[in-house]
Write a protein that binds this ligand. Structure first.
Ligand code: ZN
Ligand code: ZN
Length: 345
């Protein structure tokens, strides 16, 4: 297996635009008008356009509402936050590690912005919890990843996928880890998102859902960025585009969906008003198919071609101006234009 080289801090003999996405040569100087990939600068603009911080969200209504949720809703709310906190924490670090091996200063820059956004996501979970529960409960929620067996199984699946790359950085392991990345950012977040949007649909915890919507919007760009990186690595190194990779890709998305369904059955179950488990299971399979195909693999589940949670589109695409449901924040400095809409997802 081919080792993957870390990008040099500075290389006086190399061009500013790199000679390859991995194992290439690059001076490491960043000039946005002289970069290897034409999609990098538009992505940079979109990522900056998404800028937000939790401080902008007024939690006062949620603070009043939280004690009035059903016990089941409260429990699920906290468990979903606990899950997201683990995923966003490791994601910050993973992004930084991937950045070291991309031989292009512009891709390094994009990964640093991505990592910064994951830090903000993590901040938002502390921000929500410190508003609605006492500190001891907040600490407990941030430890769910250790103490909840289903959550642990599901998260170990991702972290093991990342570990192989971190401990043994080869081109192959980088490609494999990106499959897990797309599962983390593009599948494992999504039933959690659905839970919050469902609460918002019932006029509950709308401030939290607004924050979740911002996170969702960032994650869509992140999945799009990793998709680009994955495809460029294969395009420049076609020897890695093998039948084994294809098979591994489809199987990994299948396994991920199964773990997600198991977790959703246990945490969301049939008890949450308006969010029915059979629909959620279909939604998870639909998302797994979509993400698998996005990376160029066969869809793991036959059928499941349409989104069964049709109402969710209005909540996910709030940024496209299709709804004014989320009115918590004025978006004056998020200059929404077609360059700042949703990614090509
Ligand atoms: Zn995130
Ligand atoms: Zn992300």
């Amino acid at each position: 297996m081919l080792e993957i080289k870390k990008r040099d801090l500075i290389d006086v003999d190399a061009p500013n635009a790199s000679t390859g996405i991995v194992n290439g040569k690059s001076s490491n100087i960043l000039n946005w008008d002289d970069v290897r990939f034409p999609w990098a600068y538009p992505k940079y603009k979109r990522m900056l356009g998404n800028f937000w911080t939790p401080f902008e969200i007024n939690m006062s209504k949620d603070i009043k509402q939280f004690p009035n949720l059903t016990e089941q809703e409260k429990d699920t709310f906290l468990k979903v936050i606990g899950l997201l906190a683990l995923l966003d924490s490791i994601q910050t670090d993973y992004a930084g590690k991937v950045a070291d091996y991309l031989t292009d200063s512009s891709l390094n820059a994009l990964m640093i912005i991505l990592a910064q956004q994951e830090v903000v996501h993590n901040h938002s979970y502390s921000y929500v919890l410190s508003s609605i529960v006492p500190k001891a409960k907040q600490d407990e929620v941030f430890d769910y990843w250790r103490t909840e067996p289903t959550l642990r199984r599901r998260n170990d699946f991702i972290t093991n996928g990342y570990k192989s790359f971190v401990e043994n950085p080869t081109v192959e392991n980088l490609l494999h880890s990106i499959i897990y990345d797309v599962i983390l950012e593009g599948l494992f977040f999504y039933s959690g998102f659905a839970f919050f949007y469902n609460l918002a649909r019932n006029q509950k915890m709308v401030a939290t859902s607004t924050m979740i919507n911002y996170i969702n919007r960032d994650e869509q760009l992140h999945v799009g960025l990793f998709e680009k990186i994955f495809k460029e690595i294969l395009r420049e190194n076609p020897q890695y585009d093998t039948a084994e990779l294809q098979e591994l890709g489809t199987n990994t998305f299948k396994k991920a969906a199964e773990l997600e369904i198991e977790w959703a059955e246990q945490i969301i179950g049939n008890q949450i008003d308006g969010l029915l488990m059979p629909e959620l299971e279909e939604y998870i399979k639909f998302m797994a198919n979509k993400r698998s195909e996005q990376l160029g693999f066969t869809a793991p589940f036959e059928g499941y071609r349409t989104n069964p949670l049709r109402w969710i589109v209005a909540y996910q695409e709030v940024d496209l101006g299709k709804t004014d449901f989320f009115e918590q924040k004025s978006r004056q400095y998020t200059k929404t234009s077609d360059a700042n809409g949703f990614d090509e997802l």
